[in-house]
Design a protein around this ligand. Sequence first.
Ligand code: GLN
Length: 544
Amino acid sequence: MARYIFITGGVVSSLGKGLMAASLGALLQARGYKVRIRKFDPYLNVDPGTMSPYQHGEVYVTDDGAETDLDLGHYERFTGVSARQSDNITSGRVYQDIIAKERRGDYLGATVQVIPHVTDAIKNFALADQDDLDFILCEIGGTVGDIESLPFMEAIRQLRNELEPQQTLSVHVTLVPYIAAAGELKTKPTQHSVRELASLGIKPDVLLCRAEHPLPDSERQKIANFCNVRKQAVIPALDAPSIYSVPLQYHQEGLDAEVLRGFGITDAPEPDLAAWNDVTDRYFHPEGEVTIGVVGKYVGLQDAYKSLNEALVHGGMANRVKVNIKWIDAEVFEGNDEEIAAKLEPLHAILVPGGFGERGSEGKIASVRFARERKVPFLGICLGMQMACIEAARSAGHDAASSTEFGHTDEPVVGIITEWMTAEGLEKREAGGDLGGTMRLGAYEARLDGNSHVSALYGGTTSISERHRHRYEVNVAYRDALESQGLIFSGMSPDGLLPEIVERPDHPWFVGVQFHPELKSKPFDPHPLFSGFIEAALHQSRLV
Ligand code: GLN
């Protein structure tokens, strides 16, 4: 039976609980344990799929087609364990299931209540799919004291009673602020937060204290005294120079050792941290640098492109170079050629990422044209590939080429698809149907042309599996027109109907992909498209 680690946060939000969970998972894994990390989100959306990236950062997509919280991206990147639909639950999904059951009459005669119905559903989620896992880490979104998270806290309290002693552990992440005027670190917010958690019936076993300044022994002791834990269980979590140093840093502070002690495990093997040492070595000791321009829409908030940002860094690690990312708002390019040249000329490569809606699309198309004409390495992801196809069609004389996502067009180079094949059979959508959960989502196979540049990048294979999240597709009817313009369709869906990859043999490095390769990149296993893209940027940096 798996052991459970419940991770809650206190004092303020944005303490990096997700990263903390991912790091602890990675440390336990480095000791040879099998782990899985789950996220409980207290908001009422059924999933984050319909939320603006400005609300909650990027939507992370799993192989099995779930649209999930971006923390699942951290978990997967740090542990290499593929996240699943069953690793993310929201209050919205819990209520949706319960209300559907209520309407069906499954509870006939009963009053449906938060306790036990909602809390039971949460507990079932936590206990499901244990496989042969050693540890299941459950991160609870939000901050202790939030009204929304109360049913989750109650479910944890009950689980802690129901499971065996030493089968569960509570880790509480808090903040120890530094008051500059007094020149002191303050422990009171942590004390209050632990008291709040205790009032819900949960006594934390380990406190992870985020702080900007080192926590003196006296303050650790004070927190221990007031919060009813031993001093060694008060783990200082100082700001790290990079997210990739967090696992090593937490290990040095004794987090994994203290967690194992909390479970009464005394014979744990020492962790093998070679992979993390290598990752940090590559990150902190680069032998060159490149500057990549990302021309997108949500450039004001980097969390909106979290996985992309990380995948570019991984590509840098693969080549031992530092990757500087210039986030460029596509809208500033619309109808402004001088601005385009001024902004794009200094860059070593250009990336147009995924996105939704018409705003900024002409700027993205203009960036594609710049990359094509000036022979600057280019990677187009999802909407970015669609823009590359529209740009090619326009340059082949289809002046009205556009996407039906942006309104009616006589030249639908990109159009909505309402039917496609999955491993389970034909999938159908209505053109004007629901927006939530109705895209082509999750892992799909693509067949590659064995002589293509991408096939070589993927190590010579002709079949790959990558994750998708889109409603529109490049229209295969334009294949001949685009190929005669030099844009080759080098990857297709197995039935040959959906273009998955385009590339330009007449260009040093020009690739568009309908899927999101950034979702599968790991620091210790950089995605080949990103390794190749950064390598091309490095080459370009030596030319300019
Ligand atoms: N908006 C486009 C579509 O729905 C692209 C989506 C994306 O880039 N993820 O097809």
